[in-house]
Ligand binder design. Structure first.
Ligand SMILES: Cc1cc2nc3c(=O)[nH]c(=O)nc-3n(C[C@H](O)[C@H](O)[C@H](O)COP(=O)(O)OP(=O)(O)OC[C@H]3O[C@@H](n4cnc5c(N)ncnc54)[C@H](O)[C@@H]3O)c2cc1C
Ligand code: SF4
Length: 485
C-alpha cells in the first residue's frame, strides 16, 4: 500500500501525450515525463485494500504491485526496482505495451479510477536505468549444462536470462538479423523504441548469454544437431502463421499480411536494408485494415505516419459495449469493452460487424466487396456469423492489410523433426512447467499459448526456465512467481 488516505486525496494521473497532429510526424514514443513528486502521489493512491487482486489475479507475472507502490511512496526507488525485477525481467517492455489487466483488477477501480500501475512500473524501471541501478548479474556458479533457446522474443529472452542466472550455458538462436522477436520487428517504435531492447541484450550478453542471429533452427541447424549439442531446448518461436482471408482476389497486388508491412516499416525506421521491389507503402493510399486487435491498430498508426490519405479499420465481430463511467462491470476480470488505442486517436475510421467477400481490381487491388454481418452468441455453442446479402456494398481500397491474428507456431522442420505433440489449435502441447511430450524439450510464449501478450510470454518463459532448471539439476532456486500455467 502507499498512503492509507491517498486514494481520497489524489486523482489518477497517467502520462501526458504529444497531440496526434505532432506525433504522426515521427515514429518515436510520444509520452511526456511525469515529475517524481507527482509519480509518488500516484503510488500513494494504492489503498491497502487487503486482497490485492492486481497482483494475485490481474498480472500474469504476479508483480508485487502494492509493495513497490509503497516503496516508491516512501522514496525508496532502489528497493522498488529490486522487487519489480524479482517477478519481471523486462518491466520497460510491459510498462509500455502491456494492456494492464492489473488495472482492471485494482480494487480502487470498483468505484473510482484505478491506481496507475503501468505508469508506475515503467517509471520505476526507466528511473532505475537512468540512475545506473540496472547492472548485469552473472551467475556465481557454472553448472556446465548447455541450453538452446529457439527464438528471441520476450518468452525466449526471459527464459534465457533466468537460465543463465541459474548458471547454465545459454545460446539463443534467432532467425531474424536482430534479437527481440515481435518486440523488435512487430511492435512499432512509437509504442516501444528499439534501443530499449538493445540495452537489455547488452545486459544479457554481459551476463554470458550468447546470441546467434540469422540462424533458422530446423534449416540452418537441424533438430538432431540441437539435441546432440544441448542438454535442453526451449521452443520460443512465437505463433508466426498468420490467419489468411481466402476469398476471390486475395492474390491481387496490394493485399498483404499486416506483419509484412509492419516488419518492413520497423526495418526502415532503424535504417536496416529492405528490398525496394517488395516495398509496401501506404503513402497517398486509401488503406483498409482488416482486423481489430493490436496488430490492426499498429497498422493504423503506421499507415497514418507513412502518409495514407484515408485509413479504415474493419472488424468482423460486433462493436463491443462502451465503458460506462468509471465502473468496471467485469471486475476483477478483463472486461470485453470497446478499446481505443492511441493510433485510433490519430485519425482512423472504424467499422464493426463487417465481413469481406471479395477483393477486386485490374492489376492490383482497387475495391473490396463487404457485407454487414449478424452474430449469434448462444451459450455452449461456437459464435455463428451470418452475412446479410442485402447490405452488400463496395468500398475503395488501394492497400489492404490483413491483421486477423495468428493461428499457431510454424509447423516447419524444427517442430516436425523434434516430434513434439501439438494441441488441437496447432500449438505445442506442454505441462504447467513448459515441458513438451519430448524429454528435454520445453516451450513458452506464443508457441504454447497461441498469439497472446508480451506479459504472458515473459511469464511462461520464466516458468519454463524453472522447469528446465529442475530437469537439468533436479531442483531450482529460480523464483516461481507467475500466475500462469
Ligand atoms: C504487430 C503486433 C503488435 C503487438 N502488440 C502488442 C502489445 O501492444 N502488447 C502486448 O502485450 N502484446 C502485443 N503483441 C503480442 C506480442 O508481441 C506477442 O504475444 C509476444 O511477442 C510473443 O512472444 P514470444 O517470445 O512467444 O514470440 P515472438 O515475439 O513472436 O518471438 C519469436 C521469435 O522466434 C523466432 N523464430 C521462430 N522460428 C524460429 C526458428 N526456427 N529458428 C530461429 N528463430 C525462430 C522469430 O523470428 C521470433 O523472433 C503484438 C503482436 C503483434 C504481431
Ligand atoms: S506487467 Fe502488465 S499486468 Fe503486470 S503489473 Fe505491469 S502492466 Fe500490470
Amino acid at each position: 500500500m502507499g498512503k492509507p488516505t491517498g486514494f481520497m486525496e489524489y486523482a489518477r494521473e497517467v502520462w501526458a501525450e504529444q497531440p496526434p497532429t505532432e506525433r504522426i510526424r515521427h515514429y518515436r514514443e510520444f509520452h511526456k515525463d511525469i515529475p517524481f513528486e507527482r509519480l509518488r502521489l500516484q503510488a500513494a493512491r494504492c489503498m491497502d485494500c487487503g486482497i490485492p487482486w492486481c497482483h494475485s489475479h490481474g498480472c500474469p507475472l504476479g508483480n508485487l504491485i502494492p509493495d513497490w507502490n509503497d516503496l516508491l511512496w516512501q522514496n525508496r526507488l532502489p528497493e522498488a526496482l529490486e522487487l519489480l525485477h524479482h517477478t519481471n525481467n523486462f518491466p520497460e517492455f510491459t510498462g509500455r505495451v502491456c494492456p494492464a489487466p492489473c488495472e482492471k483488477a485494482c480494487t480502487l477501480s470498483l468505484n473510482d479510477d484505478p491506481v496507475s500501475i503501468k505508469l508506475i512500473e515503467c517509471e520505476i524501471i526507466d528511473r532505475g536505468f537512468e540512475a545506473g541501478l540496472v547492472q548485469s548479474r552473472p551467475p556465481r556458479i557454472e553448472t556446465g549444462k548447455r541450453v538452446a533457446i529457439i527464438g528471441s522474443g520476450p518468452a525466449g529472452l526471459a527464459a534465457a536470462q533466468q537460465l543463465r542466472r541459474a548458471g547454465h550455458t545459454v545460446t539463443v538462436f534467432e532467425r531474424d538479423d536482430e534479437p527481440g522477436g515481435l518486440l523488435r520487428f512487430g511492435i512499432p517504435d512509437f509504442k516501444l523504441e528499439k534501443h530499449r531492447i538493445r540495452r537489455r541484450i547488452e545486459q544479457m550478453q554481459a551476463e554470458g548469454v550468447e546470441f546467434e542471429c540469422g540462424v533458422d533452427a530446423g534449416e540452418d541447424i537441424s533438430a538432431n544437431y540441437l539435441t546432440r549439442h544441448f542438454d535442453a531446448i526451449l521452443l520460443a518461436c512465437g505463433a508466426k502463421t498468420p490467419r489468411n482471408l481466402d476469398i476471390p482476389g486475395r492474390n491481387l497486388p496490394g493485399v498483404h499480411y499486416a506483419m509484412d508491412f509492419l516488419s518492413q516499416n520497423n526495418r526502415l525506421v532503424s535504417g536496416l536494408p529492405v528490398a525496394q521491389e517488395q516495398l509496401i507503402s501506404a503513402r497517398g493510399k486509401r488503406v483498409v485494415v482488416i482486423g481489430g486487435g493490436d496488430t490492426g491498430s499498429d497498422c493504423v498508426g503506421t499507415s497514418i505516419r507513412q502518409g495514407a490519405t484515408h485509413v479504415l479499420q474493419i472488424e468482423v465481430l460486433p462493436k463491443p459495449r462502451e465503458h460506462a463511467g468509471t465502473s468496471n462491470p467485469s471486475w476483477p476480470d478483463w472486461p470485453n469493452i470497446l478499446r481505443t488505442s492511441t493510433s485510433h486517436e490519430e485519425g482512423c475510421e472504424r467499422r464493426w460487424g463487417i465481413s469481406t467477400s471479395e477483393f477486386k481490381g485490374s492489376g492490383r487491388v482497387e475495391e473490396m466487396v463487404i457485407e454487414e454481418a449478424d452474430w449469434n452468441f448462444e451459450a455452449g455453442k461456437p459464435p455463428a456469423m451470418t452475412p446479410r446479402p442485402e447490405t452488400r456494398s463496395t468500398i475503395k481500397a488501394d492497400l489492404v492489410l490483413l491483421a486477423m491474428g495468428f493461428v499457431h507456431i510454424e509447423h516447419g522442420r524444427l517442430v516436425r523433426e523434434l516430434g513434439v505433440e501439438l494441441d488441437q489449435r496447432g500449438n505445442v502441447r506442454c505441462d504447467t512447467m513448459g515441458a513438451t511430450s519430448v524429454p528435454g524439450v520445453f516451450t513458452a510464449g506464443d508457441s504454447a499459448l497461441g498469439a497472446s501478450l508480451v506479459v504472458r510470454a515473459i511469464a511462461t518463459g520464466r516458468k519454463a526456465a524453472i522447469g528446465m532448471d529442475r530437469y537439468l539439476t533436479g531442483d531450482s532456486l529460480l523464483p516461481d512467481t507467475t500466475l500462469l500455467w
